[in-house]
Design a protein around this ligand. Sequence first.
Ligand code: NAD
Length: 502
Amino acid sequence: MSGALNGVAVGGVASGDDGLPWIDSHIGGQRVRGGGAVWVKQDPARGTPIGRVAAADAADIGTAIAAARDGQARWAALSGAERGRVLQRAAALLRARNDALAALEVADTGKPIQEAAVVDVASGADCIEYYAGLAAQLNGQQLPHPNALIYTRREPLGLCVGIGAWNYPLQIACWKSAPALAAGNAMLFKPSELTPSTAVELAEVYLEAGLPPGVFQVLQGQGPTGEALALHPEVAKVSLTGSVPTGKKVMAAAAGTLKRVTMELGGKSALIVCEDAELEEAVSAAMLANFYTQGEICTNGTRVFVQRALLPRFLARLAERTALLRVGDPADPATEVGAMISAAHGEKVLGLIRRGVEEGATLLCGGGRVDVPGLAGCFVAPTVFTDCRDEMTLVREEIFGPVMSVLAFDDEAEVIRRANATRFGLAAGVFTRDIARGHRMAAALAAGVCWINNYNITPVEMPFGGARESGIGHENGQVALDHYTQLKSVYLELGRVACSYR
Ligand code: NAD
């Protein structure tokens, strides 16, 4: 992994005798080896080590904060149009490096190359391009008043922290950094310890595009590094993508200095298929909503509610088509379902599958490990449970693997009540040909994003965020800029100070 991969320098200096490359942090415009704890990064599919990572320690964080302070002052002094130009160049560089970055993402995550080659890098570039266009449009309001000129300014917050999950590492780094940078902030980004590679490449891309050193930096680390950043008094905002328990910890740490927070957390979303739905479309969506990225997607529609009259035909097609999915080496372009991120996570997913069987659900497809010749990683067969009941563990808990629970329902009011009976509220989907019913149900579902007749589509123009314990705030869309700016009101007196004092 060190040296050049399709023209992109990746990795870092080889460490000692074993030849394992270092995957560094990126501080002040340079790759830097952290001074903290060291761990080995495994390829999830092969189960082999691919790099060594050293966490940023307190001194590294101090250096990065100082560089961010300097860089942010220079960056915020540019016009929005100038910032936008740099971001446009970064988006173009990302697209030019699509294949190398996609391959790196596959080695880090175990997801199929057929996905990474068209989604991961491209969706990051789309996002940077979108905010590049908005950078020059950040503005306030002028508010009419008889005695004053009143206006508002949108100002950057200063130093923002992004903390990423491991399922879409590069996309997450782009979704957080693009609006932050467009608004004139600096960002310190901590990738997941399981996927440290592509954020460093993004830092190189930004630098080459003309971003001043210190404006986007990458600090490698595990939970404690994230916690140190969330606690740091000079940080104005933390945006986390991760699980609900981590979200609660990060919010508590951020509360010490009343930092702003954006929380993109977990879910257990409902996909509702009404009896008038177009069957093949609904089956396609249910499969994508459970098996894409081997089920490791936060918004997945893992509770598939199907109206009773359609259930037999739905299950028949679902079983036929699920049996055709190719589980295998993520680097093979024919592979449709890759490896679980780690052996530990794979065991957790398999444990929840066993629990489903114990609790009385019926296995329609899958239900266990798949052996992929020559690869030591954990591969889980796309799994469908039927005869599920709402109280079952697999219906209540986020599994984050390729496991679908199918539940029967009879009428609209009932399915809305059952779909909403969860503390999560990330996403939901409805399949129906009845336009009024689609809108009515979307309005009634307790979720941050509702799709009608599709699932898991996240164009950058559309705000993305969870309700209830699934999140706070939004990424994407114009609204994300509000989360990275502070509104200032300015009042200019046009008359005289009304003073009754002597
Ligand atoms: P996680 O919560 O274990 O870790 C997320 C990040 O937080 C990692 O970088 C981790 O190092 C860091 N972290 C852990 N403890 C911390 C602490 N105390 N303080 C600061 N940072 C800390 O989540 P994960 O296993 O990486 O990702 C899977 C979870 O992420 C799932 O629940 C999934 O639903 C969620 N997710 C949500 C979205 C979304 O946009 N809503 C997207 C992807 C994943």
